[in-house]
Ligand binder design. Structure first.
Ligand SMILES: NC(=O)c1ccc[n+]([C@@H]2O[C@H](COP(=O)([O-])OP(=O)(O)OC[C@H]3O[C@@H](n4cnc5c(N)ncnc54)[C@H](O)[C@@H]3O)[C@@H](O)[C@H]2O)c1
Length: 327
């Protein structure tokens, strides 16, 4: 059943990596998609990202922190995917107040706009696995201790709690996802300040050195963007998800060094070089992480289907074709 046909859907941050891939999927399902994005510098906003659906979606270049815009734009919306955020880890350290402003105040403005203008909309929020901080037990389930290390993760957790409070207090049906490292087409490729997987892809395509901090044995969990998009869609339409938090990941641990070698093998170019952690990176490094995705599997029947080799191949194909739009 196509739940999105003729539905009005708002995607904040819809010109970025996650938001644009989601918007393309929604437009394909016949939804009326409205994107709000402020094209924040040094982030993933890129008009080329929505090239395949540019005549099908509406784009409003505005800031989620502007209550005048938001009060108007949320009217008549059935589903809100709240994806806009300050995601640049380096900027987050240099300018933490900007994280607070975008991730926390921006979320509050959106939820207030919904409370006063459209409390019947369903909200899906894209939070981060960073909310857990260092893992006490692997794989990490939703009831794991919350202990975010950096300001980015702290402000994501605050946003999650605000959204769940509006769910509980004001009955605005909302679901929050804690998402692992996601990769694939339409991620920014200009710098390595966030999105390590895609940065490795760029280095391999350019036949350059992929820098690996330390011995590269730290484990992470990597998810292909199409699998994240299917999780977002399922979380939105399910009646069971209001007030819930779900981990989204592949659940499969992979070290940085094994990831780099796999990308090099498939790309046929690139090389690895081990370097010392910078003090900034070391301080923000939470160590091993991979997700326990039992809850979403059991409750929604979602599970990732794109295997690593296929995901890497698709990503390489996209950037080789569209390199000039990303670097
Ligand atoms: N990509 C991942 O691996 C990953 C993992 C976990 C969580 N997330 C979360 O998913 C969300 C999207 O991440 P992404 O990878 O697509 O990043 P991205 O940088 O590609 O996209 C973010 C978008 O938000 C927009 N934006 C920022 N501030 C805004 C504001 N005030 N008003 C309107 N638009 C604004 C930016 O212009 C950009 O287009 C973030 O909230 C991030 O925390 C992503």
């Amino acid at each position: 059943m196509n739940y999105f046909k003729n539905k009005n859907v708002l995607v904040t941050g819809g010109l970025g990596f996650v938001g644009s891939n989601l918007s393309i999927a929604l437009a394909g399902k016949g939804a009326n998609v409205l994107i709000i994005d402020n094209m924040l510098p040094r982030q993933g906003g890129n008009l080329f990202n929505i090239e395949p659906v540019k005549d099908k979606v509406k784009v409003n270049i505005s800031d989620i922190r502007n209550p005048i815009s938001m009060n108007h734009l949320v009217k008549g919306i059935d589903y809100v995917f709240h994806i806009a955020g300050q995601v640049n880890h380096v900027d987050s350290v240099k300018n933490p107040l900007n994280d607070l402003s975008i991730n926390v105040e921006g979320t509050l403005v959106l939820m207030e706009a919904l409370r006063t203008n459209n409390p019947d909309a369903k909200v899906v929020f894209t939070g981060t696995r960073g909310e857990y901080g260092s893992s006490l037990k692997l794989p990490v389930a939703e009831n794991h201790r919350i202990n975010p290390i950096g300001i980015y993760a702290i402000t994501n957790f605050a946003a999650e709690r605000i959204i769940l409070t509006y769910n509980n207090l004001h009955k605005i049906k909302s679901v929050c996802l804690r998402i692992t490292n996601t990769y694939g087409p339409r991620h920014q490729m200009a710098h390595d300040e966030y999105g390590v997987f895609n940065w490795f892809i760029r280095k391999a395509i350019d036949d350059e050195v992929i820098p690996i901090f330390g011995d590269g044995r730290i484990l992470r969990d990597y998810l292909y963007i199409d699998d994240l998009v299917s999780a977002l869609l399922m979380a939105a339409v399910s009646e069971k998800t209001a007030g819930e938090v779900y981990n989204i990941g592949s659940g499969i641990p992979l070290s940085f060094i094994d990831l780099a070698n796999k990308i090099i093998e498939i790309a046929g170019s690139g090389k690895v070089n081990h370097t010392e952690f910078t003090s900034e990176r070391k301080a923000l490094e939470p160590g091993d992480y991979y997700a326990d995705i039992t809850k979403i599997k059991k409750e929604l029947g979602w599970e990732p289907i794109v295997m690593l080799d296929k995901g890497i191949n698709e990503t390489l194909k996209y950037y080789r074709k569209n390199k000039n739009k990303y670097w």
